[in-house]
Design a protein around this ligand. Structure first.
Ligand SMILES: [Cu+2]
Length: 129
């Protein structure tokens, strides 16, 4: 009896956690916490079909603002491998979006998650040093 009751409580607790995780508007990156404070650098990138320009960028460590401008039609985003939740999205010619990310020294790969775009060359490297 006691064991069964405990199981039920665990199940209810797990359900509450799932609901809480989904509560922030339902998008995939709702868990991402953008760092507050001024950026040490702003990286400006253009996106098009299917490229980032430039595709090799550098920045000092700390809070980095990434400003993406779409210079062609279409929808693109920019995510950084091993930086969960970070995503800058643009849709349509001339659309621009900026998001901040805090990075330590290292070499990071970024890419577009639209199916086929990374494979077509829509990727690049961000060197933080
Ligand atoms: Cu793309």
């Amino acid at each position: 009896m006691t064991f069964r009751r405990t199981q039920q409580l665990v199940a209810v607790g797990a359900l509450a956690l799932v609901l809480a995780a989904c509560g922030g508007g339902g998008s995939d990156n709702s868990s991402y916490k953008e760092p507050t404070g001024p950026p040490v650098a702003t990286i400006k990138l253009d996106s098009g079909n299917t490229f980032f320009k430039p595709d090799k960028v550098t920045a000092p460590p700390g809070i980095i603002a990434i400003r993406l401008t779409n210079i062609e039609t279409g929808t693109h985003d920019l995510v950084i491998r091993n930086v969960p939740g970070f995503q800058v999205e643009v849709s349509g010619d001339g659309d621009t979006a900026t998001k901040k990310v805090k990075l330590a020294k290292g070499k990071y790969e970024f890419y577009c998650t639209i199916p086929g775009h990374e494979e077509a060359g829509m990727k690049g490297t961000l060197t933080v040093s």
